[in-house]
Design a protein around this ligand. Structure first.
Ligand code: ZN
Length: 435
């Protein structure tokens, strides 16, 4: 989960991810062909072991923010010209720039918002495969001018110029909203999967955040989105090894998935159980330990309510238009079917809590809480959200970075899943009944 300041550190962290991705690419590919002289971009690409021709992805090599009373201007320096689409969203006010998939290799720090202009903070990253996104949070309403691409000049690469001029709140609201042509595209179509193949239970594992939404982060620079994806994959491996489960991940790469879409994936897969994985953060750095959350109309306590609000921010962070939707926290209708689902969710959460202490530290007080988490809203699939620990706690973080911890935690959650489906008891009975 994550709240608030997505400032430069997020930019830096996104860069770390880009570097990790880039180094993976670099490792997998032969050395690039030497580039001609007087080609600063080519030289940079070569020095970084990248070959854009092979990757066929434009590279962002610079980012500058210029602020004045007349306008705020972002200049994004690129290896190749790209098409950009800009639009604004309200509640909270933000500017979204959609781009083709880019490799972010920005070095230097020329772009920290002063806080005095309209730009509050910004972030960028992969929104989904083939699509990068740049999101600017605003202090004040703006008019976003159409992005311009300038050709290379004086040793610079192509430059994408984004100008934001001051506007009145009414002017901002008049233009804010999802572009018509994108309203359909936003709902990513998913393949429907056969239900319960071979009678196996379908477990949906949801690694929180991803892509443009990094979640929270630790002091080592580890990002929640990467940590929870690693645990999700480990849990998949553990469950599949039993031969009793079909596992569906809501994401298996560093890509953003809207919360509603995660629920849709679970339902399309005809999931029997939905487990969302997250890591927590807190200003009180001494707080540590895992906790498990289930859905409820009324939050069990103030902390749970705040946490749900933060986790539900994911769509806002990534620049998803929520204007046509109800507030995800509000109006959770509990009919009889859902009440049954909720009872089973509660029992599953308790089972997880009971097993976790053998694998990791667990919050000593109220480790099981409830609130209005949008991602837990499938009415017919028992669902729980596990906050695996606190990335703001030094001990939690250092443990969470180890493979041994991932293996232990995955084992513990897998055991709870087996108990939930009665598979442990079943296998025990079978053994007992063997003559
Ligand atoms: Zn989270």
């Amino acid at each position: 989960m994550h709240l608030g300041p997505f400032r430069m550190r997020d930019k830096g962290l996104a860069l770390v991810c880009a570097l990790v991705l880039a180094s993976l690419h670099a490792a997998a590919q032969p050395l690039p062909v030497p580039n001609p002289k007087n080609d600063p971009i080519g030289a940079l690409i070569q020095s970084q072991g990248l070959d854009k021709k092979q990757q066929n992805i434009a590279i962002v090599i610079g980012l500058k923010l210029e602020e004045s009373a007349q306008k705020s201007r972002f200049v994004v320096e690129l290896s190749d010209p790209v098409e950009a689409r800009i639009f604004t969203l309200s509640g909270p006010n933000r500017v979204v720039i959609d781009l083709p998939e880019l490799l972010w290799r920005v070095s230097g720090d020329n772009s920290r918002p002063s806080g005095k202009s309209a730009v509050k903070s910004y972030r960028y990253g992969l929104f989904r495969k083939g699509n990068s996104r740049f999101v600017i949070d605003l202090n004040a309403p703006v008019k976003a001018e159409a992005p311009r691409i300038l050709p290379p000049e004086g040793g610079s690469g192509f430059r994408l110029v984004i100008d934001l001029a001051p506007a009145t709140p009414a002017e901002f609201l008049a233009h804010a909203g999802w572009p018509k042509e994108l309203q359909q595209a936003e709902a990513v179509p998913r393949t429907r999967l056969p239900a319960g193949a071979n009678g196996r239970h379908v477990v949906v594992i949801d690694a929180g955040h991803g892509g443009v939404d990094p979640g929270t982060h630790g002091q080592s620079g580890v990002l929640e989105k990467d940590l929870v994806l690693a645990v999700a994959k480990q849990l998949r491996k553990t469950l599949e090894a039993t031969g009793r489960y079909r596992v569906q991940l809501t994401r298996d790469s560093d890509v953003f998935i809207p919360l509603r879409e995660r629920v849709n994936i679970a339902r399309a897969a005809r999931g029997d159980l939905f487990v969302s994985l997250h890591a927590d953060s807190n200003d009180h750095r001494e707080i540590r330990g895992a906790s498990v959350y289930t859905l409820s109309e009324d939050a069990s306590d103030r902390e749970a309510a705040i946490l749900a609000e933060k986790e539900n921010m994911s769509d806002v962070i990534a620049g998803v238009d929520l204007s046509g939707e109800n507030n995800p926290v509000a109006s959770i209708l509990i009919d009889l079917a859902q009440r049954d689902t909720m009872n089973r969710s509660l029992r599953f959460a308790e089972t997880v809590i009971a097993g976790l202490p053998t694998a990791t530290s667990v919050q000593p007080v109220k480790p099981h809480r409830s609130a209005g988490f949008a991602v837990l809203k499938a009415p017919d699939i028992p669902s729980a959200l596990i906050e695996l620990g606190y990335l703001t706690n030094v001990r939690d973080e250092s443990e969470m970075l180890t493979e041994a911890w991932r293996v232990k935690v995955a084992k513990s959650i897998a055991a709870a899943i087996e108990a939930h489906f009665g598979d442990r008891a079943t296998s025990g009975n079978r053994q007992a009944s063997v003559p």
